[in-house]
Design a protein around this ligand. Structure first.
Ligand code: ZN
Ligand code: ZN
Length: 885
């Protein structure tokens, strides 16, 4: 992309709204997001957000991390691709459209399958993909020309081919398993689509009589109605209390079914009586006990969770009504031993419709994962894919080694329909193209399986289906394996592991070299951010208020490697101020950069003999920052990089160097002035490039103003060890210590701005005395100070404040600077006032009434204010001690 005209004039204040949209359009138009150049390939595929999704703080974090990584690689000269796309999100999207239909008084069945699917496509065209427009607001440098959707024709072909191959290899089978079933959506759900929450329920202890009339055995359940499906009673093999009962028969009340008493390791002897009812069709643990002990499953539910004919006279009754009615009957039979209420226990709900999920034995399609898991485990063991931080490997291994077969069928209409066909003669086969006749008997009477595939089936192929597989495309050749996958730790199990299995099986290599795992969004008190807690923040509102760069900076500097990510709105406000600071420094540099004489400004190196101590110091500090930021980013530690940059910009460059530079700029001789100008421009240009991956908009605008070239394609700064200057750093640290002490003195005693106090610095080390002497003019200027003499004895008498800094003691005579009595009185009054305030705050904070009544934010505010008050008190007492002389 070409450089724009150099604009010397920047508006006084940074207004993100005037910059962000324009810059984004320019980036997109210039082609900078598409891969370019001859460098090594670098690729990230964006974890596809749901097509129904809107940008939330979790995306904002995840996408900011990826954009920062991608922008740095692009600047380093890699041929960089960040590939975007969206997921068709089977159940989520189907529910959105079903809700629309409900408003018209219709269900999907009124439309029929084909018309309903057409309706979903129409919804997708008009209302879907909101999130891709919102991603532009965040500044994401994805290559929109390669945008994909999991149900694009070519991606659907890839899904179908993978299914057929796995089926033909015997890795896909149909079987009866316990799955999560939503009786409202009438479909199987994956574990991630089930939300668990604690509810107040009941625990009912029921006595099952023994068939030999020798007594009874007691079991406990939170769902009494499921006893209709009991086929056994289980105890722990280690439980001495029940050894004599194993092998005997109990009788199920109401139904009269014979229940063998079995021993199984899954039973916890500490729960209830130590004996449990076994309901194989409605509980995953019971299903496994039944498989080990040979108990048969008895399914008591219809798909809508009403009782079926196995429930005897309860047939047709809803599960909640049956719960009451069965309990009534058990009470009447005298079979209830004990009722505990309320009994708090965890219950799963459908993420989409909030209906209570039913663990249900049903016939579904499964992927046999064991043969696929082994290579995926080996690949991580062998270092072909590396987890960052490394400790997440444990989660991965743990999951992969305990994997159950993957239920891939969903009873939905929106999604990839399962390509299994059955002919009139019962032959069953999978086909990549819709067949017209049976592959075995030529029968033309074919029916296709009505189910669709789990959405995660297509997302498991995302790293290669998006690059054109099964075609042997240039993109697949260049970019597979992709460089890094960035995702939250919550979906290692669901997604990362499945991409690993599919990538290795179909591409013969891992899907990504690095897997960078980040934490979850939290509020500033560390509480999980969620709509239901009322602490969710809307990234678009925050961008509107503070600009995208401020939001990105806060997210990234809070995202400590591998930890959860706390955010507060005032931090984002602080980073808006940071963007303003950057803007103001840049205006200063631009205003001061015109060369002293005719001709182009001299380069940094050509005048290095004129570098001042401060010049050498800031260049040395800059070099340390370049090296530190680069190293942090190489290890995906974005928080450390962001914190270093913020610290350097604010505390070293703006607060010190820019202030220091005003001396040579105003009074320096030509070459010294040029040297300072060159250093200012060099530091700013380097800093803008280092900050670009984190704060792309403001840096782009400023970098263009400074250099006439775009930042997005600028060269990434590299460390230059020849700029390191330990002496200059140590010397400036000493000088800054002196200035800091003088500034604190002014602030503590409220010295009027126009006043110019004097001081005498006692310095033992002649080398330090010489340094301070050389810098004295700047010290006085930046501290607004009068005469400072340097000596080794304590000079004139009278009341003096003693300011102690490493290497020096500074005596400030107070006569004439302060009216000592008035100042003592002012300080005493202030101390009394703040002491009262602190006492009040401490009383409140130790009052249980206040603590239990006030909102948590309010308490937190009180605590913060108390800390600040105590800090201020300490300073005031110190200032008062100064006056005692
Ligand atoms: Zn549901
Ligand atoms: Zn056939």
């Amino acid at each position: 992309m070409g450089g724009g005209p150099v604009s010397q004039e920047l508006p006084r204040a940074y207004e993100p709204k005037n910059v962000e949209e324009r810059i984004y359009e320019e980036w997109e138009r210039s082609g900078a997001f598409a891969p370019w150049g001859e460098g090594e390939p670098f690729c990230i595929v964006l974890p596809p957000p749901n097509v129904t999704g809107i940008l939330h703080m979790g995306h904002a974090l995840d996408h900011s991390i990826q954009d920062a990584i991608v922008r740095r690689r692009r600047m380093q000269g890699y041929r960089t691709l960040w590939l975007p796309g969206t997921d068709h999100a089977g159940i989520a999207t189907q529910n959105v459209v079903e809700r629309e239909l409900a408003k018209e008084g219709k269900t999907r069945h009124d439309l029929g399958r084909d018309a309903f699917v057409e309706r979903v496509w129409a919804w997708k065209e008009h209302s879907g993909g909101t999130i891709t427009r919102q991603m532009r607001r965040l500044g994401e440098s994805v290559d929109w020309s390669r945008e994909r959707f999991t149900m694009d024709d070519d991606l659907s072909r890839a899904v179908r081919l993978v299914f057929v191959r796995l089926y033909d290899e015997g890795l896909i089978y149909r079987g009866n398993r316990i799955i999560n079933w939503c009786p409202r959506c009438m479909t199987a759900l994956s574990d991630i689509e089930v939300e668990h929450s604690d509810v107040e329920g009941e625990l009912i202890h029921i006595n099952y009589p023994l068939a030999d009339r020798s007594g009874h055995i007691t079991v406990a359940t939170t769902r009494v109605e499921t006893m209709l499906g009991d086929t056994g009673v289980a105890v722990s093999p280690a439980d001495g209390r029940y050894k004599h009962l194993v092998g005997k028969i109990a009788i199920l009340p109401i139904i009269g079914r014979e229940l063998p008493i079995v021993a199984d390791k899954a039973v916890d002897p500490a729960f209830g009586s130590g004996a449990v009812k076994v309901t194989p069709a409605h509980d995953p643990v019971d299903f496994e006990i039944a498989q080990r002990t040979g108990l048969p499953p008895v399914n008591i539910f219809n798909p809508d969770a009403t009782i079926n004919s196995n429930g005897g006279r309860y047939e047709g009754m809803d599960r909640y009504a049956a719960r009451k009615a069965v309990l009534e009957e058990l009470r009447a039979l005298g079979a209830v031993e004990k009722e505990e209420r309320p009994y708090i226990h965890s219950v799963g709900h459908c993420q989409r419709c909030k209906t209570e999920v039913e663990p249900w034995l049903s016939e579904q399609w499964f992927v046999k994962v064991e043969p696929l898991a082994k290579p995926a485990i080996d690949a991580v063991r062998g270092g072909r894919t590396r987890f960052v931080p490394n400790r997440f490997e444990r989660n991965y291994f743990n999951w992969m080694e305990n994997l159950r077969d993957w239920c891939i069928s969903r009873q939905l209409w929106w999604g990839h329909r399962i390509p299994i066909f059955t002919c009139a003669n019962g032959h069953q086969f999978a086909a990549t193209e819709d067949p017209t006749t049976c592959s075995k008997c030529d029968s033309a009477e074919l029916t296709q399986d009505p189910d669709v595939l789990d959405t995660w089936f297509s997302s498991a192929l995302w790293p290669f289906s998006t690059l054109g597989w099964p075609g042997k495309t240039e993109d697949a050749r260049s970019y597979y394996p992709t460089s890094v996958l960035v995702t939250g730790y919550d979906i290692i199990t669901f997604w990362v592991s499945r991409m690993m299995m599919m990538g290795l099986h179909f591409m013969g290599d891992v899907p990504f070299r690095d897997c960078h795992i980040h934490g979850m969004m939290r509020d500033f008190r560390g509480k999980k951010m969620s709509k239901s807690f009322g602490n969710a923040m809307d990234p678009l509102e925050l961008i509107e208020r503070y600009g995208a760069d401020a939001l990105r900076m806060t997210l990234l500097r809070s995202a400590t490697l591998g930890s959860d990510v706390p955010v507060a709105e005032k931090w984002i406000e602080g980073d808006r101020n940071f963007a303003n600071k950057l803007w103001n420094i840049s205006r200063f540099v631009l205003m001061n950069r015109s060369p002293a004489g005719p001709g182009p400004a001299p380069s940094l190196r050509s005048i290095d003999m004129y570098w001042s101590r401060a010049d050498r110091w800031i260049l040395s500090r800059l070099d340390a920052t370049v090296a530190g930021v680069d190293e942090a980013l190489e290890g995906y530690d974005l928080a450390r990089a962001a914190q270093m940059l913020r610290q350097f910009t604010w505390s070293e460059f703006a607060d010190w160097y820019v202030e220091w530079s005003k001396g040579p700029l105003q009074h320096g001789a030509g070459e010294f002035k040029d040297a300072t100008r060159a250093v200012l421009s060099h530091v700013l240009s380097t800093l803008l490039r280092l900050l670009h991956p984190i704060m792309p908009f403001v840096t782009e605008e400023l970098y263009r103003a400074l250099t006439g070239e775009p930042a997005i394609t600028a060269r990434w700064p590299e460390p230059d060890p020849t700029l390191q200057d330990r002496d200059a750093e140590a010397e400036m640290e000493f000088v800054m210590g002196v200035v800091g002490a003088l500034r604190r003195f002014r602030a503590d005693h409220q010295i009027p701005h126009a006043a110019r106090p004097e001081a005498k610095a006692e310095i033992e080390d002649p080398r330090l005395a010489k340094i301070l002497g050389e810098e004295l003019e700047r010290v006085r200027a930046v501290a607004s100070w009068g005469e400072i003499t340097i000596g080794s004895g304590n000079g004139a008498g009278g009341v003096q404040a003693r300011l102690v800094v490493p290497g020096a003691v500074i005596n400030v005579p107070l006569a004439g600077v302060l009216d000592l009595d008035a100042e003592r009185a002012r300080l005493a009054k202030e101390i009394a006032h703040l002491s009262n305030e602190a006492d009040r705050a401490r009383t409140n904070l130790s009052n249980p009434g206040f603590l239990s009544g006030a909102k948590e934010e309010v308490i937190e505010q009180h605590r913060e204010r108390l800390v600040e008050t105590e800090r201020a008190l300490e300073r005031l007492r110190e200032a008062l001690r100064d006056l005692e002389g």
